[in-house]
Structure formats: structure tokens, C-alpha cells
Design a protein around this ligand. Structure first.
Ligand code: NAD
Length: 484
């Protein structure tokens, strides 16, 4: 198979927070990889903009180290790195003052695509937007990229949207949720809407339930104090898990275009029932041996913030009435895995007697590790001995099917940044979507607060609190194993 990389047009990308952790680990190595693959043109400019006083040479050294640390050795050589660094520049700016803005205005070329990546604390968004506008850098075609968290609740998300709307139109604002940049997530849409096979079965008549699991093995160390103000519901469910739920549950959009897709996702969020208190379980991991537990890592012995949450959710519309969606996410679990499983109903009648009483088909969509999909089907066990049935996976793992090209798949950040340059908002969240997600999340959190709810402790290395298993057991179902 021939790789088909289509180069994007020349651009000036300004990274506010260009010396930060996200720029170092994701944005800069990602840009370099797109350059290596021939997607990023040689006349693009990457401009780091941050508080540190340094010159271009100092910043290029930072970028070089980021590439050497985070790009695989088989995707780098001295010549390519030098060519990439030649496109890198730096300007010291103060997002809340006047320093550096005239210099930045002079650096940005008039005739290219302008993209501004706000890789800084959201408290600086307003100041940057205003200054870009004031210095005439924010042309009508300019794009801005903003990172999570997009607000802390509905009120703050609205405020943030209003702040950005002051200087930019919605079509210029790219709110990143890197889960949407994953190859498998886009493939989910291809599988659903480019085949005739799945869509007729994609409803409450044939789907028994859906499971969405985002499990991590790491705890909150290092960012415990920050995480403690947030928790799994805000940090993971409101954005990543809800986006995945939307892609599974949405109606077919009329076209694969930004507003058509985002309209359908918004309808799903608006169709979500409020979660009943009995349908949600929160947890906090315990310590083990010399690993600190959540309370210790968060440096808050009285914390009621959850490091795990599991819930049963209903999408109240004609397609999904009666099919529950179970979602769970947590830290310090058995394995690092992100997976969606669409569990189909059993066949209505077994012609094979007792042996035919098999579980239904399962379409498992794995985001990490090993992006890919498997479909569990029931077949006859080969050989003599009568009609013995076995369940086998129909494997659609990219690594096997697409050979070496699967290894070359750009990661989510790279793909999304190239979409920004192309001006394609399909895989970015619209302002009203984010607000609708908070409008659904806020009452759940307010309920915990008003009831003085405390998360249940759970042991690290497992699947969260026992009660989370009961969420499904009481419905006669079970979670899939958390395995990497
Ligand atoms: P960081 O603290 O490592 O870097 C912050 C950057 O902002 C630095 O470059 C700093 O110079 C710059 N900065 C701070 N104050 C400034 C000012 N007044 N004027 C100009 N520049 C200023 O932060 P980070 O981890 O890179 O995160 C950046 C953003 O991305 C945050 O909003 C964060 O929530 C979000 N985010 C980060 C990650 C991650 O993995 N690091 C993941 C998802 C989202």
C-alpha cells in the first residue's frame, strides 16, 4: 500500500506556551513527524511564544531536545532535524502585558495561513485573544487552537466561549479533544457509515448495551493538587467519554462535514437523561506498599474528589430507548486501555439447543493500546464431534491489515494540527457542544456536593470499586475485562 500524504499549504503556527510541557511532548514532536512524512511544507514557520527570554537559537535547542526525546530514532536524522529547525523561531511575549507583541506582529507573514495554539492556562486565553486582535494579527481567516480543560463547569465554559467570541468567530476556534484525533475513532465513523452491514443493527432493537472504558494505570502523582480540583467526571467524562458516546450514538450526519457531524453529536448530548444517583459509582484509589493512595498524592486527606467513576446512562431517543450505555474511567486500574464495546443481543432463538445459548456478537473498538477493532462471532468449532460452537474474533487490527503503514499512523495531535491548517473543524468540539456537556455534568457533581457524597476506596491494580461491577451485575450483564 502506498502512503498518501497530502502536503498542507504554507502556514505560520504560533505556539503560545511554546516552552511548556505539552509543546515539548506533543506539539513540537508531532509537527516534526509531519515534516518527516512530507506533509508539512518547507516554507512553514513554527513560532514559539512564551515568557522565557531567549533567542531563536535557544529555542531551537529546546525543540531539538524535544524531538530527540519524543520522536522514534527511525523517524529522525540530522539533516531533517536541521531543516525542521530552520523553520522554527521564538518570541518572548507576555500574555498579560505588552512585551513582545509588536515583534510577533512583525514576524507573522501576511500571506500565509495563521494558526495560534493556546497551549497555556485558560486564564490567559482572553489576554492573548485580545492582543492578537489589537495588533491586527488575528486576520478573519486565522485559527486558534485551545486545549482542555474547556471550563470547570457550565458557567466558566460559557465565560470562556464569550471571551473567545469577542475576538474570533466560531469557525476560527478549534477546541481540541485528542480522543477525536485517534485513528480508530475516525474509523468508527467509516465502519458505521461506509458499510451497509452495521447501521441497520445499530439501535435498541439489536444492541443490548454499550460499554465505554478508559482505564489508566497511573495515579495522580505530580499533578495531584491540580487534579483534586477536577476529578474523573470533569477531567475525563465531560469531554473524552462523552465524545466517544456521541460518536457511537449519533444519527448518520448528511455529510462528513463539521457542522453536520457536530449537530448530530449535540443532539445526543441533549438526549441524555440526568443520571440517577443509584446509577453512578465513584471511587478513590488506596495506597499500596510504598505507592501513595489518592488522598496522599492529592495532599488532601479530606478530599472527596473521585479518581474513578462508573455510570449507567440513557440516551432518550427512538434509536436508543432501552439500551443502556455504561461508562467508566479511572486511575490506578489493572491496565491502560481505552475501549468501546457494542454488545449485540443474543439471537432470538437457538436452533442448536443448549450449546447455541451463546452471548451475542460484540464489536470492540480499541483506541489504545493497539488501535483496532474486533468483532466477536460465533462459529462451529472445526472437526468432528457434532455441532460445537465457539466464539472467535474477526480481527480488524490495523497493524495486521495495513502492515507497515499502521506503524506510520500519525498520532492524534499531529492529525488534529494538520486539520487546523486545512481548516477542517470536523474533529473539534463546537462551543455549544461543550456547554451542553457541562449542562449535563454539572447537576451530577452538584448532587454529590449537596449530599456530601464520598467516593468508595478501591485497591490499585483492579477494576475499581466492587459497586461499579454491581452496576452491570444487577442488570444481568458484566463489564469486559480491563486488559492491556
Ligand atoms: P506548562 O506549565 O508546562 O507551560 C505553560 C506555558 O505557558 C509556558 O511555556 C509558559 O512560558 C507559558 N506562559 C505562562 N504564563 C505566561 C504569560 N503570562 N505569557 C506568556 N506565556 C506564558 O503547561 P502545559 O502542561 O504545557 O499545558 C498548557 C495547556 O495545555 C494548559 O491549558 C493545560 O491544561 C493544557 N493541557 C496540557 C496537557 C499536558 O499533557 N501537558 C494535556 C492536556 C491539556
Amino acid at each position: 500500500m502506498v502512503s498518501r500524504v497530502i502536503p498542507v499549504d504554507p502556514f505560520d503556527l504560533v505556539i503560545f506556551g511554546g516552552t511548556g510541557d505539552l509543546a515539548r511532548r506533543k506539539i513540537l514532536p508531532g509537527l516534526y513527524r509531519r515534516f518527516w512524512d512530507g506533509q508539512m511544507p518547507r516554507d512553514a514557520h513554527v513560532i514559539g511564544a512564551a515568557r522565557t527570554a531567549q533567542d531563536d537559537a535557544g529555542y531551537r535547542q529546546f525543540v531539538r531536545e524535544a524531538i530527540e526525546t519524543f520522536v522514534a530514532p527511525d523517524k529522525r536524522d540530522a539533516e531533517t532535524i536541521e531543516a525542521f529547525l530552520a523553520m522554527v523561531r521564538y518570541v518572548a511575549v507576555d500574555a498579560t502585558g505588552t512585551e513582545g507583541w509588536d515583534t510577533l506582529a512583525a514576524m507573522v507573514r501576511p500571506d500565509t495561513i495563521h494558526a495560534f495554539y493556546f497551549s497555556v492556562s485558560p486564564s490567559l486565553f482572553g489576554g492573548i485573544a485580545e492582543r492578537l486582535h489589537g495588533h491586527g494579527i488575528a486576520t478573519p481567516d486565522a485559527r486558534i487552537v485551545v486545549e482542555k480543560p474547556f471550563g470547570h463547569d457550565l458557567a466558566s465554559a460559557r465565560e470562556l466561549n464569550a471571551t473567545l467570541a469577542h475576538s474570533f468567530d466560531e469557525h476560527q476556534i478549534y477546541r481540541i479533544d485528542h480522543y477525536l484525533g485517534k485513528e480508530t475513532v475516525q474509523n468508527l465513523m467509516a465502519v458505521r457509515f461506509a458499510n451497509v452491514l452495521f447501521e441497520p443493527l445499530w439501535n435498541a432493537q439489536y444492541v443490548d448495551h454499550v460499554q465505554i472504558t478508559v482505564a489508566e494505570t497511573v495515579g495522580v502523582e505530580g499533578r495531584g493538587a491540580y487534579y483534586d480540583k477536577s476529578g474523573a467526571m470533569r477531567d475525563m467524562v465531560q469531554n473524552h467519554l462523552m465524545q466517544l458516546l456521541c460518536l457511537i450514538a449519533m444519527e448518520p450526519p448528511s455529510r462528513f462535514e463539521p457542522d453536520a457531524v457536530r449537530d448530530e453529536k449535540l443532539k445526543v448530548i441533549r438526549a441524555l437523561d440526568p443520571v440517577a444517583p443509584g446509577d453512578i459509582v465513584r471511587g478513590q484509589y488506596r495506597g499500596r506498599d510504598d505507592e501513595p493512595g489518592y488522598l496522599e498524592a492529592a495532599e488532601n486527606p479530606d478530599s472527596t474528589t473521585e479518581s474513578f467513576v462508573a455510570m449507567k446512562v440513557h440516551v432518550s431517543n427512538w434509536r436508543w430507548a432501552g439500551t443502556p450505555f455504561y461508562m467508566r474511567t479511572g486511575k490506578r486500574l489493572r491496565a491502560r486501555v481505552s475501549e468501546i464495546a457494542v454488545v449485540f443481543k443474543d439471537p432470538p432463538h437457538s436452533i442448536f439447543g443448549e450449546d447455541g445459548k451463546r452471548r451475542g456478537n460484540v464489536l470492540a473498538i480499541r483506541l489504545q493500546p493497539d488501535e483496532g477493532m474486533t468483532m466477536r462471532v460465533t462459529i462451529k468449532e472445526p472437526g468432528p464431534g457434532g455441532m460445537r460452537l465457539v466464539e472467535v474474533p474477526l480481527d480488524m487490527s490495523f497493524a495486521e491489515a495495513l502492515g507497515e503503514h499502521a506503524a506510520d499512523m500519525p498520532d492524534a495531535y499531529e492529525r488534529l494540527i494538520m486539520d487546523v491548517i486545512r481548516g477542517n473543524q470536523t474533529l473539534f468540539m463546537r462551543g455549544d457542544e461543550v456547554e451542553a456537556a457541562w449542562a449535563w455534568t454539572d447537576p451530577v457533581i452538584a448532587g454529590w456536593e449537596s449530599r456530601g457524597d464520598r467516593p468508595l476506596p478501591y485497591d490499585p491494580g483492579g477494576a475499581g470499586p466492587e459497586d461499579a461491577l454491581m452496576l452491570l451485575h444487577r442488570d444481568g450483564r458484566r463489564w469486559r475485562e480491563i486488559e492491556g
